[in-house]
Design a protein around this ligand. Sequence first.
Ligand code: IMP
Ligand code: MG
Length: 217
Amino acid sequence: MQIKISIAQLSQKDFSQAFPFLLFLWFQFFRGLIPLIMNEQRIKVIDKEFEIFIQNNKINEEIQKVANQINIDYKKKKPLFVVILNGAFMFAADLFKKLEIECEVSFVKLSSYQGMKSTEKVKKIIGLNESIAGRSIIIVEDIIDTGITMEHLLEELGAMKPHDISISTLLFKPDAFRKDYKIDYIGLDIPNDFILGYGLDYDGFARNLPDIYKLIK
Ligand code: IMP
Ligand code: MG
């Protein structure tokens, strides 16, 4: 009993003596932790700073919802997916892994963006090799902004007499959209901010990031 009391007294005394030091350690710990957390959420690409916007697990949840709907709508249609490179490559890869229907995939390469804004001129770089006449087509795009790129592709594909065309996009900026065609499958509506990551780039960089970041204004 006597021993127990002396240990309690000793530890109380030790604690009050060590308290300022413990407080100092605690303070140092959080001082180090805060920038660590902030840095993980912020990145610099070329000359601009970006902050985390949509994390990969959320992106995957939204892609799963799109895939579920396509799996229902296209059960017996054997669609041909036309993926718009470069931006949509990551979305297309993850979407494809979630599809349970018979389908094919092909790629076209279009570009309308330079730096951080649309040039409003669409350049077709790589075309489609297979015939799409009579086929059900699903276009796969990373993001629809002004809608110009997609309108251009719709015209080109429409002239090849497919049976039907629908559009799937991971992201959609409703405030920037200037066209009036229907977008059949949308992962997420987002505000009119410049974003990158998960296939989307800033002058060619940051496509490899698994999460999506937005520009800090
Ligand atoms: P739209 O022709 O204006 O609809 O632009 C579509 C294309 O521009 C997309 O395929 C993207 O490659 C690119 N784009 C649009 N918004 C962004 C963005 O916020 N970050 C990166 N690329 C974008
Ligand atoms: Mg794109």
